[in-house]
Design a protein around this ligand. Sequence first.
Ligand code: NCD
Length: 309
Amino acid sequence: MKHFISTKDLTTNEMFTILEQAEQYRRHHPKFQHQLFAANLFFEASTRTKMSFLVAEKKLGMETLDLQMESSSVTKGESLYDTAKTCESIGANLLVIRHQVDDWYQDLVERLPVPIINAGAGKGEHPTQCMLDLLTIYQEYGYFNGLKVVIVGDIKHSRVARSNAQALHTLGATVFFAAAPGFEDTTLEFPYITIDEAVEKCDVLMLLRIQHERHDGGQYESESYHEKYGLTIEREQKMQDHAIILHPAPVNRGVEIASELVECNRSRIFKQMNNGVYIRMAIITTLLKEWGMYDDNLTKKRNTPNGIK
Ligand code: NCD
């Protein structure tokens, strides 16, 4: 695996290896003995993903380059490719990128001699979020085969839905969608059920935020959306005892989920965030190993892809 771009690229084996590595890193993790730079290029807003990448990189002993978009040459019209190429030229050994274009990475993966991690691509994919969601489910159940996972909300505009539906299907889970009219995505072949069916049927209820920034929005009032399509307190009571609630966050309290449920017993929302750190550490080391920048016995290696550095 040269880059971490899409869950479509991952085999079952690769997914399980990352999950197991993340669990090991929670107990004990490497700290690189040589200087490695990670450049974090976030062209879209981020709290959890960006912070947990920074924590993951620092725990591994990496130097972090955090591009401030407002004061960067992006404001002068510099392209994503030129910005990424610049970071690589001045010494970045890893690029972590979030960008509003669904397939921004197409232009980069073949042309840049460093590993690239997709930290969110428009309404395309969000594979590191997916891996931390998988870890959270795996910690709960210890398997995926046959689990009923219902992804609920703005499916059409959600990169989290896309990455998760694909990966969970590969792992043998049964995936359903539940969406308000207008939020369905007919390009994805998973059955739709209602939120009321979802709460009764699911082992995992994965809630999503309405992605206002990706469409005109305005079609649902928060309160009526919550009553018709959200996880209300009454609906939560109909869930099976063992069923859990996931949400990639940020959460809109009182819209897709009742505020009181954000930290309820079956919510794993903050657990997901914690898992994100270890998953990202596992993904980073997997890529650096692949590129010969790190090996398990912590022998010193320098990044010299194509003799550039
Ligand atoms: C998600 C994202 O940015 O795609 N959040 C995240 O990364 N934790 C989901 C969202 O913004 O709704």
